[in-house]
Every structure is written in C-alpha cells, then in structure tokens.
Design a binder for this molecule. Structure first.
Ligand code: ADP
Length: 438
C-alpha cells in the first residue's frame, strides 16, 4: 500500500513545478518527465498522459513510459478505460481489468491487471485529458491511497498543463505568423525590385528617346533655313512644334519619375540654401529673359536654409521662374522675394516659415484657374489662346514637391496685373529633421 506523506507531496510538487515551469523543455518533454515523476511516486511500471483534442474528438498520448505509444490516438469512446474516464469525468481504480466487463477489449500488454486512470479536470465540467498508471511494483493491485495521490497530482498539474497547452498553441501561432510575415516581406521585396526595375527600364527607354528627338528638332530647324517652298513651310513648322512638345513632355515625365523615385526610397530631407538656388536659376533664365527685354529683380535676401532636397527645389524654382519668363510679354518685369515669420501651428515641421514668391506683370491667372492650374495637364484659357507652348505638368510637379515637404503653393493676383506664385517652406533650425513623409 502506498503511504502518502505530506513531505512526499511537497517534494513531488516541487519537482513537478520545476519540470512544468522549465523554459528549456518542450511541452512533450515536460509531460514526459512529469509522467515519469508520477510513475515513480506511485511505483507504477507504466504511466501515460493523454490529452483530449475537441476538434478531432480524440485522445492523444503525449507522454508515456513506453515511447513507442507517444503520438498514438484513439477516438473518444467509453469502451476504453481512458475514454470512459474522459466522458464520465470520474476516476477509475481497477484491481482486475480481466474481470471488468465494462472493458472487454482491453489490450493484453500489461503485466498486472490493476490500473488507475484519473481525469485532468478543468473546472467542474471539462476534461483536458487523463493520466493512466498500471503495472504496480511487486504485482500487487493499486490501492485507494494510490488513487488519492494521483487525484491530488492531477488537481495540481491540470491548470499547469492547460496553461502550457495554451502557451504551446500560442507559440505555434506565433511561429506561423512569423513565417507568414517573413514570406510577406520576401514577396514585398520581390515586388519592389520588380517594380523598381520596370520603372528604371521605362525611364531609361524614355530617356533614350531624347537624343534622336533632339536630332529631329535640330534637323527640322536646319531645314527651315534651307529655303523650303511656301507649301513645305507649315509642314516643317508643325513637325517642329510637335517634336518640341514631345521633348518637353519627355522631360516632364523624367522629372515625375525622379520625384516618385525620391518618395519611394524615402530620402532624407536636408537643409537647402534657397537663396543660392534662386540666384542660380535666375542666371540660367537670363538669356531668355533678355531676349524678351524682361527685367528680373531678385530681392531674395534671407540666408536661411530650409528642409528639402536641392535637386527637387532647384526644379521647383526653375519651373516658377521659367513660367514667369514664358508667360510675361516683352518688356515685362519679374520680382523674386522671400520673407519669414514664426509658425503659428504646433503641427508644422519647423518653427519658422519661409515664403518665396515669383511675381510677374503678365496676363495673370483667372480666378477659375487659381486652384486648378496645379492639377495635371490644366492650362488657362488665356495661355492656350496665346499660342505659348506648354504641357500643364510643371505646376503639378511643383505642388508634388512642395507637399512632399509639408509646404504650400498657391497663386494670387499681382497689382496692377500679373500673378504672384507663393511657396511655403520650413526653416531648418535644428540638426535633426522633423517627420515629413507620411
Ligand atoms: P505649362 O507652362 O507647361 O503649360 P505649368 O504646369 O507650368 O505647365 O503651368 C500650367 C498653366 O498655368 C500654364 O499652362 C498656364 O496656363 C498657367 N501659368 C503658369 N504660370 C503662369 C504665369 N506666370 N502667368 C500666367 N499663367 C501661368
């Protein structure tokens, strides 16, 4: 008869808790070692732990003294000892299985006929599995004391096993999500590479259009000086204009592509010296301005750097100044200026706002177009009727650049006539740039 002492119990519980709480063992190893401990305590030749899987309605051996039976399953049925204990939710102490008519099909792999099976009861109603012991040392049958020991153990270890099962499930889920996340990341990377390669290829091809097109334009120009007939002249002129427009569109496309590329690779905003950029663009536009007797007054005197990208801001300023030169009639004047003020909104990416403006005394922008000219392909009626060439993409790009750095761009009327394009930037006062990208 097993004598169950208090000191045995506390020793057993200590050992069992150490096994179940171990971080180095898998769930199966924990149950295996736990089962061995139970087996030793009640001096059983064999022990096994079976867990119930409600999804498949099966009992599965998760730990056993006979390793060959680990992993075996049986559909839950009261015809087997474990199935009976699981469905009846009550323990069984059998002294002689051979004479127990409830289990006529009991396998004959046991040396002795006595066995105990106790349910792992979670709360009052649900069973998560069973613990079985058989083959008592010395061939004697298991006693009521053995059953009590096992019941006590079962009561202690059930919540631990339950927690472990949940942990195990969570671990598996976590692993599954980790794998999924890795797969997704790899796919995203592949897609990114594919789309970048495609975009680069398109850019290269489009860029390669430029040289043959420039050759067509200069040859057409040459042709017009070789004395074409009156009938040929308009044909050459139409072809020349078409090719020039195509070249301009290609340039705009390449600018847009560069912009997307900048956004795509999440480039870092850097401090940009705007006044220097403005002066460089004024110098670049001077020959065309002079050919139209347009005076450009550069009044930009603020030496502050603003957050942005030098290439993109160069393009922005060039667009605004070249538009002013393009749409201002001969003998006009263009004024460039800057001013700063303290930001009034805490959400602004800087404490100081810098406004840059380009003012001309050209035809101005009709009210109906003041917002729309920043959309793709929109041109004012006045500019269309004037015959001045344009694609309506430049200001769209300008707005894209400005909003990328959380600035603003708008147009207002200049007095007595003309337009004033204004852009807002943020002064780079600290070494670390604020968040710009969405
Ligand atoms: P593009 O000049 O190639 O047409 P933009 O996008 O730069 O393209 O400009 C869009 C339109 O805005 C122009 O077609 C023109 O109608 C109008 N616009 C731009 N700048 C001026 C300006 N300084 N004066 C008058 N109209 C302008």
């Amino acid at each position: 008869m097993t004598v169950f002492l208090q000191s045995d119990l506390s020793q057993f519980l200590k050992a069992m808790t150490a096994i179940l709480a171990s971080r180095a063992m898998t769930l199966a190893q924990k149950l295996d070692n736990g089962g061995r401990l139970i087996q030793d305590t009640v001096r059983a030749g064999q022990a096994s732990v079976m867990l119930y899987d409600a999804e498949t309605n099966q009992l599965k051996v998760v730990a056993a003294t006979r390793p060959e039976i680990v992993g075996m399953t049986q559909t839950l049925s009261p015809d087997s000892v474990s199935g009976y204990v699981c469905t009846a939710k009550e323990p069984l102490l059998i002294t002689d299985i051979a004479t127990d008519c409830r289990f006529p099909c009991r396998a004959s792999s046991y040396r002795t006929t006595s066995l105990i099976s106790v349910p792992l009861l979670c709360g009052q109603s649900s069973v998560i599995g069973v613990i079985n012991v058989s083959d008592k040392d010395g061939g004697e049958p298991f006693s009521k004391d053995d059953l009590d020991v096992l019941l006590e153990y079962a009561g202690w270890i059930t919540p631990l096993i339950e927690t472990l099962c949940v942990q195990d499930r969570l671990e598996k889920e976590k692993e599954r999500y980790r794998e999924l996340a890795q797969e997704l990341e790899a796919k995203q990377q592949e897609l990114l590479i594919a789309s970048t390669e495609r975009a680069e290829l398109v850019q290269m091809v489009v860029h390669d259009f430029k040289s043959p097109l420039s050759a067509v334009i200069s040859n057409m120009d040459l042709l017009s000086f070789l004395g074409p007939s009156e009938a040929q002249k308009p044909i050459i002129e139409t072809a020349f204009k078409g090719a020039s427009k195509l070249l301009e569109m290609i340039d705009e496309f390449l600018h847009l592509a560069r912009l997307d590329e900048w956004q795509g690779r999440g480039a870092e905003p850097r401090p940009v010296n705007l006044s220097a950029l403005v002066q460089a663009e004024v110098d670049a536009q001077l020959p065309v301005a002079r050919s139209k007797d347009i005076r450009i007054e550069n009044r930009c005197a603020v030496e502050a750097a603003v957050w942005g990208d030098e290439v993109l801001f160069g393009h922005l300023i060039q667009n605004l100044i070249s538009n002013a030169v393009k749409y201002t009639p001969d003998n006009g004047r263009i004024i460039l200026g800057m001013e700063t003020w303290a930001s009034r909104r805490a959400s602004d990416p800087g404490q100081t706002v810098l406004k840059f403006f380009v003012e001309d005394d050209g035809p101005g922008i009709e009210d109906a177009y003041k917002e729309r000219i920043f959309e793709k392909f929109v041109r004012t009626d006045t500019s269309r009727q004037s015959g001045i060439k344009g694609t309506g993409v430049g200001l769209f790009i300008c707005r894209k650049i400005v909003t990328m750095f959380r600035g603003k761009i708008w147009v207002e009327d200049a007095a007595p006539h003309g337009s004033r394009f204004c852009v807002i930037f943020f002064v780079a006062e600290t070494g670390e740039h604020p968040e710009f990208l969405p």
